[in-house]
Write a protein that binds this ligand. Structure first.
Ligand code: MN3
Length: 246
């Protein structure tokens, strides 16, 4: 097993290597991290949208999806690769590893990695936790965990939407799993990742204006409400399983 792969497993905190890797691979996250941790593959790439631009209509419009993925996310990827070019030794670590230990990143590019590395992994998650004809009540382990930590889904949803509405300026609202194993709702400014605070991001909604303004204008609360119609609970269950192993 390569050092990078061992580091990757360490990052996940998994004890059953092959099993964890397979589970992670099936979630798609592994592709992102391995692309980073394989020394011969030294660039981050923009993952394709897993559905058409118009697939989340009417809740999220096609034009928003196009600009959001092809321009905003693509720019984070481009800026991150430009930063890595100056510091080739950083390419041996995944973006998640760099964000988890941001102080290890050279100061000259720390803010660039924070903003664009965060932008890259946040959006990579975001596309995957949505799907056409999604939504409904949470299923499986995430349904049970939400019921245990928030009383019920309606209570959780209300608290999540309230936190997203109150996040001042640009940022994200998250459901994270803390070190104590409990789920909690947090928000971050800009493109900051919950990983920077030692929390594992289970799901998050982008409350930057670019995520909703074309369709919802100033009505962020309406966007937050509509978003639940495109939630992909299967992928969120995958992420909870990864977090539980960590
Ligand atoms: Mn965005």
């Amino acid at each position: 097993m390569s050092l990078n792969r061992r580091k990757l497993i360490f990052l996940l905190g998994a004890t059953g290597g092959a099993f964890a890797l397979n589970s992670w691979r099936s979630s798609g996250l592994m592709d992102v991290a391995l692309a980073q941790s394989t020394p011969s593959s030294n660039t981050v790439s923009l993952p394709p949208l897993p559905y058409d631009y118009n697939a989340l209509e009417p809740h999220i419009d096609a034009q928003t999806m196009r600009f959001h993925h092809d321009n905003h996310h693509a720019t984070y990827v481009k800026n991150l690769n430009a930063a890595f070019e100056k510091y080739p030794n950083l390419k041996s670590q995944s973006v998640a590893q760099l964000l988890t230990n941001l102080n290890s990143v050279p100061e000259a590019i720390r803010t660039t990695v924070r903003n664009n590395g965060g932008g890259h992994i946040n959006h990579t998650m975001f596309w995957r936790i949505m799907k056409p004809n999604g939504g409904g009540e949470p299923t499986g382990a995430i349904g049970k965990a939400i019921a245990a930590d928030f009383k019920d889904f309606a209570t959780f949803k209300k608290q999540f939407n309230d936190a997203g509405t109150k996040r001042f300026g640009s940022g994200w609202v998250w459901l994270v799993r803390g070190n104590d194993g409990k789920l909690k709702i947090t928000t971050t400014p800009n493109q900051d990742s919950p990983l920077m605070d030692g929390n594992y991001p289970i799901m998050g909604n982008d409350v930057w204006e670019h995520a909703y303004y074309l369709k919802y204008q100033y009505r962020r609360a309406d966007y937050l409400n509509a978003w639940w119609n495109v939630i992909n609970w299967d992928e969120i269950n995958n992420r909870l399983a990864q977090a539980t192993k960590a």
